[in-house]
Design a protein around this ligand. Sequence first.
Ligand code: 0X9
Ligand code: CA
Ligand code: ZN
Length: 347
Amino acid sequence: MKAQNALLIVLILLLSAAAYPQGINGAYHSYLELEADIFALQQRYPDIVKVFDIGDSLEKRNLYAIKISDNVLVEEDEPEVLFLGCHHAREWISVEVPFLMGKYLAEHYASDPAVKRFVDQSEIWIVPLVNPDGLEYTLHGYRLWRKNRRDNGGGDYGVDLNRNYGHKWGIDNLGSSANPASEVYRGSTPFSEPETRAVRDLYLKKNFQALISFHSYTQVILYPWGYTKQPPDGAATLKEIAAEMSARIQAVSGRLYEYGQSGDSLYLTNGDVTDWAFALSGIPAYTIELPPIDWASGGFFNRQEDIDPIFQENLPAMAYLIDRAIRDYRPLGPAVYDLKRRLFKKD
Ligand code: 0X9
Ligand code: CA
Ligand code: ZN
């Protein structure tokens, strides 16, 4: 290579590094950036933060769960709450909100009595990146990719991870698709994907009392069922909690998150994580579709300056759910774990 050419290449690299100081994804996390930040958090707060590797993605990336609790090395009999992000690759903001929650809890434990109470009295589990292969593909392939990267044959790729869970899986072709080319392809069987199996297996080992699965966009809070318009038993409670969360969000930013039963308010979905968890253990299980409200306001492209405000407005909603899990907690004992496993086998 001529010296001139080498110089030119170095110049271009320097210029692009200056133009993208945080990589091509700005303040959003890639898989490796998130991995580094997760371990940095554990290293800084080892008494209350522990990282678990809960399985591998299809392309062999690690799936991480962050546990935040006092005596974090011990499994205590405390209510557990689960926050999930990024079932869908292009929904970048859905990685940031649950991750920032973990960071916030760790950083404010020593100074904020409310945070201390949450961390001491519950165990908060965060899986910020359920779909790392998809996320990487949005960075290096196609920004609007949604599914994982399963090779379905015939040139078709990807399973919609939020159609791959085991409750009423594939019950109709409205709430998911049997077509491997579809954006809502449900996969070949329930839990055919390693990513949904990892979430399932974590869920079955724990005793979660509540969960939020973050998505974007449209600014709504949704609860089961998704597979039908029929309301579930306990719909009134699910609605009441959604209303409380919505009000808390609005109190921060003025932004309105509508709420309702997902099958009713959005469109039918079968095989999503909230229906599965709710069917299994009847816990309050929510999908929160983060801002913006519509495509014209940015769709999947939130500005990096919006990450923190979106986290800040969701913080009291998450805190409300944790607080409620603490207040309503009835220690269940090992029989329930057995029951859950048996129920699951029938699925
Ligand atoms: O379709 C989805 O999986 C979610 N919307 S998104 O635009 N982020 O893809 C909504 C899931 C809602 N849950 C149920 N309807 N059960
Ligand atoms: Ca604990
Ligand atoms: Zn989504």
